[in-house]
Design a protein around this ligand. Structure first.
Ligand code: PLP
Length: 394
């Protein structure tokens, strides 16, 4: 039996055993509607409110500032579209974001552009970090919202969130951050960092898929996401998904409780992978080496096609991801890698390995044993590589 190494935790994570165990009763005997008055309903209500408290605590927020949603994408849509709508009534129809956001943010901004909003897409620096000066220059009197991700999902770069928060507060502009990659991976304090709205998703920190949350600073009035019953303070109606909310609460509490110990361990694995993979000639690390999520490795291998690399890794039991999207029918490489200024060929030959607290140094050693010969083999078969090597000799 070959080894199995899951190194695609930025795409999704395994539901941890403790999270699953916490969810089970609410999928079986504790099925009461949280709005019902009898004991079975009250059990659900109590569990939901406990999960809300855990979520609030993890962010430095108050429980009443936490709204459960069905995913990170939903939270992003709600935060951006509703803020835009509310601020448009005050004549503010300008939004600032960046070119390398997740599509849940980018496509939302594009949808708003079609409805008459104006969006500034800030560039990112070659290291994958946004320059605070450029944010400052982009703010206008009619700016409604700044939405900048906490940490990038492909290259793991961590943005200057406290600085952006302070700037927005000074300018009287609302600040939303897509923190889907950051929650459970880096310490967050929405009050100290002046964040008005923050999106998160449970399946990125060992919780279940299909459950997320939006933090909305108290006092901030934006249109409801779903009108209906009184759930989520009437702002996102629909009978609560109690089992999944409990899963989110347990997952966020666990992820944040051990954040420092976990990060020391995970970043040591990351740094070993990066150091060793950069020993392979004609490779580059994408994204800042320091301002980086503890589990993110993103390397470009010249002369290698990302899809082939993934398939060969899969045949050795290793799950990763690449900046190339050929299988989705598009030849365009990742918008994130292009935003760093990478050439198309280089972006196509990139590999993201994303680690979590469940990975071990043995996983890293296995990857380091399998990956370099695969890169060599693909290069040996590659006409692009052959051409590169010839040009180098001349
Ligand atoms: C995964 C992810 C999302 C989407 O979250 P879902 O829960 O899958 O909708 C949004 N933003 C970022 C940065 C992500 O990594």
């Amino acid at each position: 039996m070959g080894r199995f190494v899951y190194a695609d935790n930025a795409a999704t994570t395994r539901i941890s055993d403790s999270v699953f165990q916490a969810m089970v009763p609410f999928l079986t005997e504790k099925y009461g509607n949280a709005s019902s008055l009898y004991g079975l309903g009250r059990d659900s209500r109590r569990a939901i409110e406990a999960a809300r408290e855990k979520t609030a605590k993890a962010l430095g927020a108050e429980p009443r500032e936490i709204y459960f949603t069905s995913c990170g994408s939903e939270s992003d849509n709600w935060a951006i579209k509703s803020t835009a709508l509310a601020m448009a009534q005050k004549g503010k129809k300008h939004i600032i974001t960046t070119v390398f956001e997740h599509h849940a943010v980018l496509h939302t901004c594009q949808a708003l552009e079609r409805q008459g909003f104006e969006v500034t897409y800030l560039p990112v620096e070659p290291n994958g970090v946004v320059d605070i000066e450029k944010v400052k220059e982009a703010v206008r009197p009619d700016t409604a919202l700044v939405t900048i991700m906490y940490a990038n999902n492909e290259i793991g770069t961590i943005q200057p969130i406290p600085e952006i928060g302070a700037l927005c507060q000074e300018k009287g502009v609302l600040f939303h951050t897509d923190a889907v990659q950051a929650v459970g991976a880096v310490p967050i304090d929405v009050k100290a960092q002046n964040i008005d709205l923050l999106s998160l998703s449970a399946h990125k920190f060992h919780g279940p898929k299909g459950i997320g949350a939006l933090y909305i600073r108290k006092g901030l009035v934006i249109p409801n996401l779903v009108d209906g019953g009184g759930q989520e303070r009437g702002r996102r109606a629909g009978t609560e998904n109690n089992a999944y909310i409990v899963g989110l609460g347990t997952a966020i509490e666990t992820a944040c409780a051990s954040i420092e110990e976990k990060n020391t361990r995970v970043s040591a694995m990351r740094d070993k992978l990066i150091a060793q993979l950069l020993q392979i000639p004609h490779t580059r690390l994408n994204g800042d080496p320091i301002k980086r999520l503890p589990g993110n490795v993103n390397i470009s291998f010249e002369g290698v096609e990302g899809e082939s690399l993934l398939l060969m890794l899969d045949s050795r039991g290793i799950c990763g991801s690449s900046g190339s999207a050929c299988t989705s029918g598009s030849l365009d490489p990742s918008h994130v890698l292009l935003a760093l200024g990478l050439k198309h060929e280089t972006a196509h030959g990139s590999l993201r390995l994303s680690l979590s607290g469940e990975n071990t140094m043995e996983d890293v050693d296995y990857i380091l044993e399998q990956l370099p010969p695969i890169v060599q083999r693909l290069r040996d078969m590659s006409p692009v590589w052959e051409k590169m090597m010839k040009e180098e000799q001349n």
